[in-house]
Design a protein around this ligand. Structure first.
Ligand code: ZN
Length: 66
């Protein structure tokens, strides 16, 4: 299984979806929704916004599961 780097983030406030390329070696903690300009932060227990709101969890988490 290969690590996927593209994840579709769904804004929990307005439902806007945007495909983003994840940085391989770092976690993205803050993400601004381009539609409603909300600043998204990870839910408690999640390491980054991709784990909370993305269709694919971040690369370090994917590697843990392998
Ligand atoms: Zn939004």
């Amino acid at each position: 299984m290969e690590v996927k780097l593209d994840s579709i983030i769904t804004c929990p406030l307005c439902g806007h979806k945007k495909e983003e390329i994840m940085p391989r070696e770092s976690c993205l903690f803050f993400y601004e929704c381009e539609n409603c300009k909300a600043m998204l932060k990870p839910k408690s227990g999640d390491c980054c916004v991709f784990c909370s709101y993305g269709s694919v969890p971040c690369p370090p988490i994917q590697e843990q599961d392998m």
